[in-house]
Design a protein around this ligand. Sequence first.
Ligand code: HGY
Ligand code: MN
Ligand code: MN
Length: 391
Amino acid sequence: MWAELADVGRNPATGGYRRFAWTRADHDLREWFTAAAVSRGLDVTVDRCGNQWAWWGEPDTVPGVVTGSHLDSVPDGGAFDGPLGVVSAFAAVDALRDKGFMPARPLGVVNFCDEEGARFGIACAGSRLLTGALAPERALALSDVDGVTMAGALATAGRSTDIGRDEQALRRVATFVELHVEQGRGLVELDAPVAVASAIWPHGRYRAELPGQANHAGTTRLEDRVDPTLAYARLILAARRSAQTHGAVATCGKVRFAPNGVNAIPSLVTAWVDVRAPAGDDARAVIAELAALSEQAGGTFTEESLTGATTFDTELRRRLAAALGEPPVLATGAGHDAGILAAAGFPAGMLFVRNPTGVSHSPAEFAERDDCLAGVTALAAVLADLTRTPE
Ligand code: HGY
Ligand code: MN
Ligand code: MN
């Protein structure tokens, strides 16, 4: 399965992946998901938002236990963030069947669409739309760097724009467990292949729009300039300083200069800031400082998405840990669909698989084969435990 995905959306120049929502690469990944499900005799359905579900058993009478993750990526992302959870889910189904296991309740595999929000800017868009945490009209109006709206992209991909909370899809879910490559070095330091997640940090994404006056790079005296890149430079340094002060992390990873000419002072800088912290108050303190700086520069600082702290269901977490012989328990600063389902009131949990580089959202992201297999074994054990009895 891993080899089947290896070249889909791969950028040969960097070895990273560009698998953005509702693009050709996404289409090929969705086709792969359907084929992997059908070849296992699983029933594939697609909900109103485009999330793909593959069912072993019939989930409309008794809600099922669902595992899976996402297949999309950040620009030049790694191979494992997302796909490891989906491939491991199918491999866990295979492992259970090889042992002759028959679940006493439906078992589902899900591919949540648009988890990274790389194209339209909102992370976990598929699971947020599914649970009603993101308004359909807002999502449809989001546009990508080429000005294509999500509505337009859905239409091009042959999908209806009648997206939004999907009660039937939600009724089928009793519990969700997501396996994910660790996006840090916790398991390296603990020298363990698999961990159970305890919490996800609060995190927010903001868009700063800093206006300037377009003018000639050669003929405009310094004292006559209204150059928004100076405000942007101050924003970047303030983000790092404020994060340091408040025990947070802040990232200025995406920026657009308009008109983006070498010999013209920009008329506008549009910049995105990703802010996260173990405690919501600390993230809010950083956000307030950056908003004030943007406004002092005559600009705006707009929230694109804000996710509160997620503490995973403690009963489920204890059950996962017990099924796995009490592995390490780790919190994470990375957002996940499991966090969105938890926030929507579903019992949700996560398993992490060791990443020897600790690096993620980069081609350097990695997981050893043996650790991936340990993840599959752990996921199969957890799924067997959760589906052993009808309740
Ligand atoms: O940004 C995140 O934390 C996740 O990878 N979407
Ligand atoms: Mn990610
Ligand atoms: Mn992910």
